[in-house]
Design a protein around this ligand. Sequence first.
Ligand code: SF4
Length: 565
Amino acid sequence: MSGDFTLEQKRYLEGFVSGITAARATRAKPGGGAEVVKGPDAEHFAAQDAVIASGKKLSDQEKFKREEHPFDAYGRFKEQADANQPPKPADNFRWRYFGLFYVAPTQSSYMCRLRIANGILKHWQFSGVADVAERHGGHYAHVTTRANLQIREIEPKSAVAVVEEIQDLGLCSRGSGADNIRNVTGTPTAGIDPQELLDTRPYAREWHFHILNERALYGLPRKFNVAYDGAGLIPVLEETNDIAFQAVEVKEGFGAEPGLWFRLALGGITGHKDFARDTGVIVKLADATKVADAIVRVFIAHGDRTDRNKARLKYVLDAWGFEKFLAAVEEKLGAKFVRVPPEAVAPRPAFNRAAHIGVYPQKQAGLNWIGVALKLGKMTVAQMRGLAKISAELGDGDIRLTVWQNLLISGVRDENIALAKAAIAALGLSTDANAIRSGLVACTGATGCRFAAAHTKENADEIAAWCEERVALDTPVNVHLTGCHHSCAQHYIGDVGLIGARVATNDDGDTVDGYHVHVGGGFGPDATIAREVFRDVKAEDAPRTIEHVLKGYLAHRKSADESFL
Ligand code: SF4
């Protein structure tokens, strides 16, 4: 077995000679040769084998996955933690399967990202996360743009303790990083929203547990997002996900049973300038998990495992077209999809861009949710414990996280609203936010992420502080700051979107934090990719630049309803 083959190619040939083909997944044996892979990992090995057989190179991350499945390496993970050792690159990728990201050089510590189905947890779980952050982290946590919680500044020696203590709370962090299906989002007001078509919680929960307990659904070609929108008042940005399930009312006379269905949209990834597109398919509510499973399995078999930039579902859809992809999913399902024309779907109720902050009546008479403004998602552990106490004593005990980096306390009786607001204010938090603060979103940025070209959270705060004094906005405006092309804060869907850039200050190659500025993005019915209007704006000049953009919008719009589009 010699020649100019790579090690992986030789291993493939060894397996081939002994009668193993790419259709029967193989893996190298520690002592040499190859063995057939059976069970849940087989679909992944078969896809990787097909790449190797074609003469292409697997990406490094695919090699890491092939060499050792992270869930088979918990012992090694514990050994590293006991020795307080930071992980090498391959293990830094693997431990993300447990939700841990080692974020050096920006911070020589781990960040732990949880997973919380539909973004809703109990008050005691929320205060328990505060306890974990206090024992092992930086004494604070963030609400993320996937309605999730993150704890930062965790030393390597505490990594396993954090993962296990989160599980003690009935929560988990499993699969929240690397090439896995990320936190399952749903309408944050599910079950309490006066206008919702559907309570998304059971569907998000079913998919959450399906993923957690199905090993074959870990280790995809790339990360994968799924969202459930029940048509409530607060948008969940489902069109930015790989799979978007939208609750819709289907009318009579179009060949499908009239009533409530999920409309299926696929391929959202706004960092690559694409929203999930309507497939024309409607899915029975009870079939959502089955359909999502089949879609993911087609992606596992056919997603790109050689080029990380082309490894998302969008690229399979672009290469194949929707019809071929849907036919492959139907084959997996063993059933045909139900399709309806757009006019078969009744218009959906409109969302309210301000409903995640402040007091709103629930569909249950006499009860309300209170949206709490958080400064770019950050809360101290003391604030978290205070919010948990308010939820337990004045609310229904639920804490509801939103994709707008804030949270809701639900089930507050009319007579307790003033008291709850005063208690939130006593924590140094607000239930009011002006038009710029309520739509301000920023990713982690250079304080905690090595990819960032700018300090997004700090700069976002500076922009808001400058503009709120100088621009009289009378309508919510979304300003999104993202530190790099990964676009965690989805700058392309903001009315104003900033993406980090190193800006030259001289000809010697010196640079400072800065941004390229985009305007005119939108979401929901206004889904539009923002277009670039300024390049290489220094961070120190960004507040003035955004002030001019906002004043220009106010001066030239024809009415208060007119967006930036
Ligand atoms: Fe880091 Fe880039 Fe994501 Fe910001 S957008 S958190 S800089 S990866």
